[in-house]
Design a protein around this ligand. Sequence first.
Ligand SMILES: Nc1ncnc2c1ncn2[C@@H]1O[C@H](COP(=O)(O)OP(=O)(O)OP(=O)(O)O)[C@@H](O)[C@H]1O
Length: 217
Amino acid sequence: MSLLSAHRLRKSYGEVAVFSEVSLSLAAGEIVALLGESGSGKSTLLNCLAGLDTPDAGQIVLDGHALEGLDDDARAALRRRALGFVFQAFHLLPHLSVADNVALPLRLLGQRDDARVQHMLQAVRLDGLAQRMPRQLSGGQLQRVAIARALVHRPRLVLADEPTGNLDPRHAGEVLDLLRTCTRKAGAACLLVTHSEAAAQAADRRLRLDADGLHDA
Ligand SMILES: Nc1ncnc2c1ncn2[C@@H]1O[C@H](COP(=O)(O)OP(=O)(O)OP(=O)(O)O)[C@@H](O)[C@H]1O
């Protein structure tokens, strides 16, 4: 079953066309790498797929729901339930501890599961830093917090924007393993923007974005 499908998406900023004719389908259990030159629109596409930005044309169906038929509240509810997003700039909340940042997706769903938060922190090797504040972490540690936060509520779809960009090869390998394990175990799907050859090779398939759409890479 397709967890995410997009059909003929087009996006411009003013007069500047970013992409057109973008179609894709992600099946349960698969990890797909999204490649493309800097500026080709990978982050823009991820934002559109998450319902955080709106394409100028085309349809997106996320976990069985057509995004264009949903108002802002319904989109936000779907995002909270079904989606884990690893932002390129992490977007951790600066006034919350590491543990509270990771717990946030659960809290937004009205849930509390300290054991699950602890498990995710262990999985990204940050269990010793649970009470630190984000400003007290390195770039690679912030990135691992963002990954734990994206996976803690067992989302059906994980959209990850360069999730290994700040990590050394060992930590990058661990994060990719974690994304793979969580994706497979939850029957979820993961779309992973990356410039890393190792990360691309760890995916089940690779797609390249350019101005006229997505192509197998
Ligand atoms: N809010 C915006 N307003 C105008 N142009 C934008 C906006 N956001 C992105 N762009 C432009 O859209 C294009 C695609 O940007 P995007 O960040 O999606 O690329 P990317 O493929 O993710 O790049 P990178 O690999 O460098 O992160 C770029 O030319 C960028 O300058």
